[in-house]
Design a protein around this ligand. Sequence first.
Ligand code: 5IU
Length: 475
Amino acid sequence: MEQRELRLKEFAVELFKINAIKFGEYKTKVGLMTPVYCDLRVLVSYPKIMGILSDLIIDTLHTIESQEVICGVPYTALPIATIVSFKTNLPMVMRRKEAKDYGTKKLIEGIFQEGDKCLIIEDVVTSGSSILETTKDLIKEGMKVTDAIVLLNREQGGEKFLTQHGIKMHALLTMTSLMKYLKDAGCVTEESCKKVGDYLKNSQVTTNSVVTKRSKRLEMTFEDRFPYAKNEVAKRLFKIIIEKKTNLVLAADLTDATDILNLAESVGPHICSLKLHVDIVEHFNDNFTSTLSQIAKKHNFLLFEDRKFADIGKTVEYQYTRGVYKIASWASLVTAHSLTGHGVLDALLLARGSNELGVFLLAECSAKGSLIDEKYTNATITMGKNYSDLIAGYVCQQKLFVDEPGYLQLTPGVQLGVSGDDLGQQYNSPSSVILEGGADVAVVGRGITKAGNPENAAKEYKDLLWAAYLQRVKQ
Ligand code: 5IU
């Protein structure tokens, strides 16, 4: 037997001895039964075996084109990557795993240059989706990923999936070689080997099922979608929604400044954002927006100006930054029409400067007789795709962009017990906009502002919307 194969065989037997590989009847993460279970987290308790493992990885590393940094997929592979980094002097980067930290902290810790090639280290590969998650963040930060070294390839489809995404997988052990080594060493019976072989044949993770699960916006939780958001304000909005468990946006369409402030104060705890039409506010002054900003900060919601920008870019730039309202100085979110072309988005991108800004692009309207047709809607969605750093999502009434989990669907026209108003507004119920319409966040105006007790109404809408969301993602 070749030297390396001998070392791998010894390593496989060590894994068996420390119970990192177990045989019997075990439940997998997704609830299926498996005759072989790998728990490589125990490795940290065996420094000597960690040493053997890191040397085997380093041998493989020498067969791969040069890499500038390495990254272990959290958590099990983190200490393994650390040892490899230490022994090879190859710097390491770390990916944050906790979604809730993303809003305020970096995705990737450590120093790297734009274009650096990053080698991925992982313990066990089944579908390959964990490696792809990590890869996406590394790419987002400007690195390249071409290779991944893994301890064990379970041979359930992960290698093919990663190849399709341009990542070559180098496995120290495959389930087949592991079983052979263990059988040769007398650790497992012929029967166990057969059971594992049969199991592998019947439990292939098809590439499609992985892709579909990962890209279905409507079935994913806000937590799972968070890493896909590219716009900074969208990330903040995701974070607020998750923390406050509310996807309710209040349309505070009152004309008296003090009434709006009082409403914001009482309803603040129940909303993720407060939407204004600032040009309907009488006696507007800068005090109004600064007080409102303080309330927004206190109750952790975002200020949203429903300005529906729709002019040539230069005018939009002025409308956003200048004049009486100085929208840029207080609104984190605005709406824009796609009608006049991408100049509107270019202008907002340019005028944003160091201000935080997320744009909801108007793809549909809730008003009866709207001239927006399917072609316009589709062209709007396409336009937004080129501005992922600026766009927080789309305003629309039905399930669109279902394969874009990082964008939010904002749906207005929500009220209980009323089908519309005298001026063309059309209403749906909170549960139907979420379940049938595909809304992520819903806008409620008069359903709350005209209620006898707006705070109680807001709480009721919040609870109904959240229950519908949980039902949609089956939580
Ligand atoms: N709004 C709509 N429909 C739309 C768009 C915006 O109702 O298609 I685009 C705004 C108008 C108003 C709020 O500020 O959402 C809805 O208020 P009511 O819930 O009071 O109808």
